[in-house]
Write a protein that binds this ligand. Structure first.
Ligand code: CUA
Length: 413
């Protein structure tokens, strides 16, 4: 309070001194003439400066956007590095539309700049010639855009139909089911098509083959997107959207939910692992086989805790990889072969080391971090809000129980 009054006093005193000495008057006159001279500056000059600044601003913004989004095919989720016929056709369509847009932009802006310069006002009382009704012009500006729209529509329609209708309806089919916030993948059992092999987190596919994808969701609308392999298609509950994909390179790709589906939408991710056909067959057969039972007593203890009512894990997570075809899955990801997955918790954890393979000690660290406090890792997730071990402090996992569960889950290869 004291300080404020002192400051006010100083300002008031300063003004008095200025007025007293006549300096304030001179200062005020100077300030006014400054404004007047600014106002007197020719209008056109002012507009020119402002426009130049605006133009430079837009130029810099454009450069920034180009740098951020630009042609960076090396990025793991860049659509400019298309793999397979679906992504390639979509990238081709993008270039066609971008090209048509660029031609229109250059033509319109070029004509605008030319006309602005050529027909700018020469004299103060200049009034342009008044023109009214020109059939040639009217025809031209109706026919021109129509032709451009038709030129863009033809490849667009062909691409939509090519992407929509599978070229091989009998090819390998994967059911992809969206959950808040992870992806479930189901394959026909290699020996018994009435049964499904259930997997989560990683989509495994064979290279150079058409894969038919059935999309569904158990809760809200999600969207299935593998930027380098295929554009987005929505996963709508009880609405059987389909698509097909094909990858022409073996390796690992990144997938992502592309429809806002709740607080952890950005953390609803998956990997796509593209194998040779032989590797894929071997993988699917291994997945269809229940994991080997370990004789380690800690693992046996972990299994007991996992199945206990107080921990509540097995209420939501199955450890049998097989499910009847069409039967709704459990609430949480199937954990039958969880120790073979590249990621956990919808892409929150990466279990691989630099070699690209799942590393047991990284996996165990990740499992421990995740199970000890899922809410702090992925706020809002169902396990933290519904798991028996998390909702009742009396059921909270002890350090020994946690270690046993980690040992058990990391034995499920
Ligand atoms: Cu699922 Cu966003």
């Amino acid at each position: 309070m004291q300080q404020v009054s002192t400051q006010k006093f100083r300002v008031a005193a300063g003004a008095c001194v200025l007025t007293e000495t006549g300096r304030f008057d001179r200062f005020f006159v100077g300030f006014r003439s400054g404004i007047m001279s600014f106002k007197r500056e020719p209008k056109n000059m002012l507009n020119f400066h402002r426009r130049r600044k605006l133009f430079l601003g837009f130029l810099m913004l454009g450069a920034l956007v180009a740098l951020t989004l630009g042609c960076t095919p090396g990025d793991p989720q860049s659509t400019f590095d298309a793999d397979g016929p679906v992504a390639q056709s979509q990238l081709n369509l993008f270039w066609i539309i971008l090209g048509a847009g660029a031609v229109v932009f250059v033509a319109v802006q070029g004509a605008l700049i030319y006309l602005l310069i050529k027909f700018r006002r020469q004299r103060e009382d200049d009034i342009p010639e008044q023109v009214e009704g020109n059939h040639t012009l009217e025809f031209a500006w109706t026919a021109g855009p129509t032709a451009i729209v038709i030129l863009v529509a033809i490849p667009t329609i062909f691409t939509i139909f090519d992407n929509q209708v599978s070229p091989e309806p009998g090819a390998l089919t994967v059911d992809v089911i969206g959950h808040q916030w992870w992806f479930e993948f189901r394959y026909d059992h290699p020996d018994d098509p009435t049964k499904d092999v259930v997997f989560a987190g990683d989509l495994h596919i064979p290279v150079h083959e058409v894969i038919n994808v059935n999309l569904d969701s158990v809760d809200v609308i999600h969207s299935f997107w593998i930027p380098k392999i295929a554009g987005k298609v929505d996963m709508v509950p009880n609405n059987d959207n389909t698509m097909w994909i094909q990858s022409d390179q073996t390796g690992t790709y990144y997938g992502q939910c592309a429809e806002f589906c709740g607080v952890q939408h950005a953390n609803m991710r998956f990997k796509v692992i593209v194998h040779t056909r032989e590797d894929f067959d071997a993988w699917l057969r291994a997945e269809a086989t229940p994991p080997e039972e370990s004789q380690d007593p800690l693992v046996a203890e972990g299994k007991k805790v996992f199945r206990s009512a107080s921990a509540g894990c097995s209420g939501c997570h199955a450890t049998d990889p097989i499910s009847n075809d069409g039967v709704a899955g459990r609430e949480g990801p199937n954990l039958a072969h969880v120790a073979s997955r590249t990621n956990l918790a919808g892409g929150m954890f990466d279990n691989r080391d630099e070699s690209g393979n799942v590393n047991l000690s990284i996996l165990q660290d990740n499992l421990r971090t995740w199970i000890s406090d899922p809410e702090s890792v992925k706020p809002g997730n169902t396990m933290a809000s519904e798991g028996a071990a998390y909702i009742d402090p009396e059921n909270a996992l002890t350090e020994a129980e946690l270690s046993a569960i980690v040992a058990y889950l990391s034995s499920l290869k």
